[in-house]
Design a binder for this molecule. Structure first.
Ligand SMILES: [Zn+2]
Length: 572
C-alpha cells in the first residue's frame, strides 16, 4: 500500500469558477484520488480557497460586504458546488484559516533566521483621499505600453504587460477615483530566492521522471536573463496574514500583511491541519503526511494545476520549503494542464462567456460533465468545448454504449429469467475470450491511470465498455434463449456481472452512475477487479437485482441549441 498526498491548485475566492478551471486541476486530481482509493491505497486529497490579495478585497467591496464575510460566503458556495461535482476532497480548506496564519508566520520566521529575507525600501503610490497605499489593482491609469486607459497597477488587461503601479500614466485610485496621489517610501520584505538557486537547480535535476515541459519551464526561470529574481512577499493591505516572525512582531512591518503568493501554497500544508482539526485528529495525524521526520518519508505527493501555475510550484513554493531548513515533504510529481477553450473563443469570467460550474449542474448531472471534461482534458495541447461535441460524446459514450448495455441486459433478464441472476449453464469459449480481452484492457487502463494520462484512460475505459457491448451483440442471448436456455442463462449472468465490473472500474470518472449501477446490482462488493475472471463470477446465480431507471438520457438537438444560445455571453 502506498500513501498518496494529492493537492489541487487552490481556486481564487472571487466568484464561481468555469468548466475550464475545473478541468485544469480539481477534476483530474479527483479522478486520481478516487482511483488510488479504489486500488486500496491511503489517500489524503486536499484543496482550499485562495482568499487573500486585492481581488478579494475589491470583489467584497463590489458586493457591499466586509471582506471576511464575503470570503466565508464564497467559500461555502464553492464547497457546495465542489460537492455537486463529486469532488472527493478529504478537506476543502481556506487560506485565511488560523492554521495558515500560524504556518505562514512560522515559515517567514525560519526564512528570516536563515538570512533569506531582506528588507527593501520602495516607492509606492499613496492616496491622500483614501488615507492608504494603493497596491496592485487598487490603482488604475493609462498603460504606458499601449495607451489603454483602464490599465491596473499590476497588469494591463489590454496588452497583458506586467506593470508597477508607478508606471501608470494619469493614475487614479480604484477605490475613490481620486487623483490626489503621491509617491511615498515604504518598506517591504523580499524573499531571497536567488540565494536558493543552486539548491533548487539540484532538486529539479533530480526530477528525471517529470515531463520536459515542466522542468524546462523551471529551468528557464532559474537561468534566463539575470536568473531567479528575489520577490516581494509583503503588501500594505488590511486583509491578509499579518507580517510576523514566527510568534514575534516584526519591527517596521506593523500594519502590513504577507502577499498572497507567499501564503497561498502554504495552505496546502495548513489544509491538512484544518482536516485534522475538523475530524478530531491529533496534530501527529497531519504531520505524518507532511513531515519526513514524522512519517511522511514514504508518502507520494502529487500536485495538479494549470500550466500557468508551474513556475510557482517548481520554484517559489519549494524555495519556501527548502529555505526553512526543516524536513517538509516536497512534491514528487506535478501534473499540469493546458487550457480549455469555449466554442471558438475563450471562457471569460468577466464577460460571462462559457459554462460556469453552478450553471452546469443546473442543466445536467455531474457525471455528464465529468465524462466529457476528462475524456477531452487539455493535456498535450489546449482543447475546445463545443456543444456539438459534448452532445455527440455524451449520447454515444454514455447513453449508447454504457447506458444501453445496462438497460438492455437487465430488462432482458427480467423478461425471461426474472429479477435474479440466472443459474444454469457455464461460461464457454466465447466468455473465455472476453475475459482474456478484458484482462489485457484492464491492465492498459490501470497503466494509463497510474501515469495520469487522463484522455488515454478515458479511451481505454470506453473500449472496455465497447467490448462488453460487442460480446452481448454476438452472444445474442435473446436468440440463444429459444434454442439453448442454459447457454442463454450463462450469457445473461456474464452481462449482469459486467455491470458490476463496469461500476467499479468506472467510479473514478462517473461516481454517481457507478453508485446507481452497484445499487441496481444489489451489491457493496467494490474491491478492484484485479482478477477479471473472478470478478465476472462475483454475482452468483440467484442473486437478486433491480432494473435501474435510465442511466444517461440523450441530449436532444433542441436542448443543445438552447444551451448554445444561453451560454454565448453575459451571465444571467
Ligand atoms: Zn497596455
Amino acid at each position: 500500500m502506498t500513501r498518496h498526498l494529492i493537492t489541487s491548485a487552490i481556486p481564487y475566492i472571487n466568484g464561481i469558477k468555469h468548466l475550464g478551471n475545473l478541468v485544469g486541476s480539481q477534476l483530474p486530481a479527483d479522478l486520481y484520488a478516487r482511483y488510488q482509493r479504489g486500488r486500496g491505497h491511503e489517500v489524503l486529497f486536499l484543496c482550499a480557497t485562495d482568499e487573500h490579495g486585492t481581488p478579494a478585497e475589491l470583489a467584497a467591496a463590489k458586493a457591499g460586504k466586509p471582506v471576511a464575510e464575503y470570503c466565508r460566503e464564497m467559500h461555502a458556495i464553492q464547497a457546495e458546488i465542489a460537492k455537486g461535482f463529486g469532488l472527493s476532497f478529504d478537506h476543502f480548506g481556506r487560506s485565511s484559516s488560523p492554521q495558515n496564519h500560524r504556518l505562514t508566520q512560522h515559515f517567514a520566521g525560519r526564512l528570516a533566521e536563515a538570512g533569506l529575507i531582506g528588507e527593501v525600501s520602495e516607492k509606492q503610490v499613496y492616496s491622500n483621499a483614501d488615507g492608504r497605499f494603493l497596491p496592485d489593482r487598487y490603482i488604475e491609469g493609462t498603460c504606458p505600453n499601449c495607451g489603454y486607459d483602464k490599465a491596473r497597477g499590476d497588469q494591463c488587461e489590454n496588452c497583458t504587460k506586467q506593470l508597477d503601479p508607478t508606471d501608470l500614466i494619469e493614475p487614479r485610485s480604484a477605490i475613490s477615483g481620486s487623483t490626489d496621489l503621491e509617491v511615498r517610501e515604504t518598506k517591504h520584505l523580499y524573499l531571497r530566492q536567488s540565494g536558493l538557486k543552486d539548491q533548487l537547480d539540484a532538486w529539479i535535476d533530480g526530477k528525471t521522471d517529470w515531463p520536459i515541459l515542466t522542468t524546462s519551464i523551471a529551468k528557464k526561470w532559474l537561468h534566463d536573463g539575470d536568473g531567479l529574481q528575489d520577490r516581494g512577499i509583503t503588501r500594505d493591505l488590511d486583509w491578509g496574514i499579518p507580517v510576523k516572525k514566527g510568534d514575534d512582531d516584526w519591527p517596521g512591518m506593523e500594519g502590513k500583511v504577507f502577499y498572497v503568493w507567499f501564503d497561498a501554497p502554504i495552505e496546502y500544508i495548513a489544509c491538512a491541519g484544518e482536516w485534522a482539526e475538523a475530524t478530531g485528529r491529533a496534530d501527529a495525524e497531519w504531520e505524518r503526511w507532511w513531515r519526513t521526520d514524522k512519517g511522511a518519508q514514504d508518502v507520494r505527493y502529487t500536485q495538479f494545476m494549470g500550466k500557468d501555475n508551474v513556475p510557482f510550484h517548481t520554484l517559489s513554493f519549494p524555495a519556501t520549503l527548502i529555505g526553512s531548513g526543516e524536513p517538509w515533504k516536497m512534491v514528487d510529481y506535478i501534473k499540469s494542464f493546458n487550457y480549455l477553450n469555449y466554442d471558438g473563443g475563450q471562457f471569460s469570467t468577466s464577460q460571462g462567456r462559457g459554462v460556469f460550474m453552478d450553471q452546469a449542474l443546473e442543466i445536467l448531472p455531474a457525471d455528464y460533465w465529468r465524462w466529457w471534461l476528462l475524456s477531452h482534458a487539455p493535456e498535450s495541447s489546449d482543447s475546445e468545448f463545443t456543444w456539438e461535441n459534448f452532445q455527440a460524446s455524451v449520447n454515444k459514450d454514455l447513453a449508447d454504449v454504457l447506458g444501453n448495455f445496462v438497460s438492455r441486459i437487465t430488462k432482458f433478464c427480467r423478461s425471461k429469467f426474472g429479477e435474479a441472476v440466472p443459474d444454469g449453464g457455464a461460461y464457454g469459449a466465447q466468455e473465455e475470450v472476453l475475459i482474456a480481452d478484458l484482462q489485457a484492457r484492464l491492465r492498459r487502463y490501470e497503466t494509463c491511470m497510474e501515469a495520469m494520462e487522463v484522455r488515454k484512460s478515458a479511451q481505454e475505459l470506453r473500449a472496455i465498455w465497447v467490448a462488453g457491448n460487442e460480446y452481448l451483440q454476438s452472444a445474442a442471448p435473446w436468440a440463444t434463449v429459444k434454442e439453448d436456455p442454459e447457454r442463454a442463462a450463462a450469457q445473461v449472468r456474464m452481462g449482469l456481472n459486467l455491470i458490476r465490473f463496469y461500476a467499479v472500474i468506472s467510479a473514478p470518472f462517473i461516481p454517481t452512475a457507478s453508485a446507481r449501477m452497484l445499487s441496481a446490482m444489489n451489491t457493496l462488493e467494490t474491491d478492484w477487479p484485479t482478477d477479471v475472471d473472478a470478478a465476472l463470477r462475483a454475482l452468483p446465480g440467484g442473486h437478486a437485482f433491480t432494473v435501474p431507471d435510465v442511466l444517461f438520457a440523450k441530449i436532444t438537438d433542441e436542448q443543445r441549441e438552447d444551451w448554445q444560445t444561453r451560454f454565448s455571453g453575459t451571465r444571467d
